[in-house]
Design a protein around this ligand. Structure first.
Ligand SMILES: Cc1cc2nc3c(=O)[nH]c(=O)nc-3n(C[C@H](O)[C@H](O)[C@H](O)COP(=O)(O)O)c2cc1C
Length: 352
């Protein structure tokens, strides 16, 4: 059997009758499929425990997740191989935790609110894969390292040092955060995983068989940056926000890398270094995207690949071809020295 606990927030205000109706329908439905559990409703969020046969609970959770009456659905814990039910007599007992109820219920409400809040904060600091493992009931610390094939992405903001020399910290921080936000959203949208941020740089990976998705994520992120530069929001640094991406494909080690003080579930290897090297080559080839031969050869879509030259890449003897693509957003690139000229010529001059 499987037991799942989740927490969610109310999306619209619900009357007592509507809450009672959720409880009634749940109880009736769950009885038919031999699911038991409890649903707590506290103020603006729900906490539910569901237990029953694995496949049945799984599909019920998917149905509940899609219910428009709540949002921010977050699985707190998932246990498989459960042999004893915690709530054998409740097909779905619905409990409303009220202000007027005793101090103990107040404390439970506060505790649930705190758990929800902490989870949402941790969610933003943790790699999605780690959270996913945790909610599947798997302890990521116990997963042995493995060799896997991946597409690796490195994306760096152009001219970070230059901008930090010339603009106040708050404005530079806003620019870096905007850059990372735009890139990360596209990486996730196209099926990638953001592994970590290294200063103003994003490191991510995609499944080995998804080079087209990885390229598209870069092209879309570059389009977003272009759009952002042309807009009005985002402060004085808006016009100077450019980025470069490197994409490689190859074998890396995936697993827990770190110490007892800080652990990362991440990828590691020569191929990661090569992705970083390719990203730095964007300054040399003067295009916002540089991809390795392996990425080019495995891409199915016709991206209009162009060979940008032969370069030494660590771990390869001799030189290797580096490719870019014929796309206006990839060609719309500035390196640091061009940014410096733009800044010098700016009518409103930085810090003026
Ligand atoms: C917080 C919350 C918990 C729910 N829990 C259950 C449940 O345990 N079982 C269930 O059948 N429906 C549950 N529902 C309702 C389902 O999302 C869905 O509306 C309902 O199952 C549809 O029932 P019907 O097919 O009989 O019309 C829940 C809804 C919400 C908002």
């Amino acid at each position: 059997m499987r037991r799942i606990m989740y927490i969610s927030s109310l999306s619209t205000s619900l009357s007592d009758d509507e809450i009672r109706s959720i409880g009634r329908i749940s109880s009736r439905n769950n009885k038919k499929i031999d699911v038991t559990g409890v649903l707590l409703f506290a103020h603006e969020f729900f906490f539910q425990i569901l237990e029953g046969e694995q496949a049945i609970v799984e599909s019920l959770v998917e149905k509940i997740r899609r219910d428009p009456r709540h949002r921010d659905f977050l699985i707190l814990k998932c246990e498989d191989g459960v042999s004893m039910r915690l709530f054998p007599n409740w097909s779905m007992r619905t409990v409303r935790l009220e202000e007027s109820q005793g101090m103990i219920l107040q404390a439970v409400r506060l505790m649930l609110e705190t758990i929800a809040e902490s989870h949402r904060i941790i969610e933003r600091y943790t790699q999605p894969s780690v959270l996913h493992l945790l909610t599947q009931g798997i302890n990521p610390l116990e997963i042995p390292p493995k060799a896997v094939d991946r597409i690796i992405l490195f994306g760096d903001m152009v001219g970070f040092s230059l901008l930090s020399e010339r603009f106040p910290t708050e404005e530079v921080t806003l620019a870096v955060n905007t850059y990372l936000e735009l890139c990360s959203k596209r990486i996730i949208e196209f099926g990638g995983e953001v592994s970590k941020y290294i200063g103003d740089c994003v490191m991510a990976h995609f499944p080995a068989e998804a080079p087209d998705a990885a390229i598209e994520a870069c092209v879309k992120a570059l389009g977003d940056l272009q759009h952002f530069r042309a807009g009005v929001a985002g402060g004085r640094l808006r016009k100077y926000l450019f980025g470069g991406f490197g994409l490689t494909r190859g074998q890396v080690i995936e697993g827990n890398i770190g110490s007892t003080i800080k652990m990362d579930y991440t990828i590691l290897g020569e191929e990661v270094n090569r992705a970083q090297r390719l990203e730095s080559l964007t300054r040399v080839i003067h295009r916002a995207l540089a991809v390795s031969r392996a990425v080019r050869e495995n891409a199915e879509y016709d991206w209009g690949f162009e060979c940008a030259g032969e370069f030494e890449l660590k771990g390869h003897s001799g030189t290797c071809p580096v490719y870019t693509i014929a796309d206006p957003v990839v060609a719309d690139f500035r390196d640091s020295s061009e940014l410096a000229l733009m800044l010098d010529a700016a009518p409103d001059g930085p810090l003026a």
